[in-house]
Design a protein around this ligand. Sequence first.
Ligand SMILES: Nc1nc2c(ncn2[C@@H]2O[C@H](COP(=O)(O)OP(=O)(O)OP(=O)(O)O)[C@@H](O)[C@H]2O)c(=O)[nH]1
Ligand SMILES: [Zn+2]
Length: 204
Amino acid sequence: MVVSNPEAAGSFVHPPVDVPRARAAVREFLIAIGEDPDRDGLLETPARVAKAAVELYAGLRQDPAEVLSKTFPIEHEELVIVRDIPMYSTCEHHLLPFHGVAHIGYIPAADGKVTGLSKLGRLVEVFARRPQVQEQITTQVADALVTHLGAQGVIVVVEAEHLCMSMRGVQKPGSRTITSAVRGQLRDPATRAEAMSLLLGGKR
Ligand SMILES: Nc1nc2c(ncn2[C@@H]2O[C@H](COP(=O)(O)OP(=O)(O)OP(=O)(O)O)[C@@H](O)[C@H]2O)c(=O)[nH]1
Ligand SMILES: [Zn+2]
């Protein structure tokens, strides 16, 4: 395992997916649930699942520092907000999806370093495309903006539905989990309240 930036949570870069091993594991799992992996419909399933895993867990092999490495010198020490960023992740407890939106606001560094807006979406992908819990995605996105962009303030809100709560277990479809992380200047109650109202923009 290569450790690219041990100080920032979630910056470990993992080895590639072992596709043959993943295929064998899926075949074994199908047998374990009482299926016949050799029936027509399932013949290609282990290969498909292994291929999907490369995509679904791609964030394990991405470095947030790299995503945020390109910046622009823009004189703007005020809040920048990108909201309603679609997010799909996988819960690390059941390996079932959870999905929703992320809203990100940050106050750029005093030296006026801002990132391209698309990079905020890419940052969400880096942390969402891993076996995860929602709280951790939220804090990792916030911490990455402080660590790698030098943001003076950060607010991240994630709203998601967890299929492990909808299609199994407690079976509460439609329930949404909301998590937030606030850093630096945005911890000030008045600034935070203003950011939160912009972030959620008349939603509630
Ligand atoms: N805090 C947190 N919990 C999550 C997340 N995703 C899933 N969970 C919860 O993880 C918990 C795992 O609970 P356990 O009691 O160990 O597992 P379980 O028996 O499958 O739990 P049930 O879902 O209640 O049937 C459940 O309460 C899930 O709702 C997440 O992102 N954050
Ligand atoms: Zn779960």
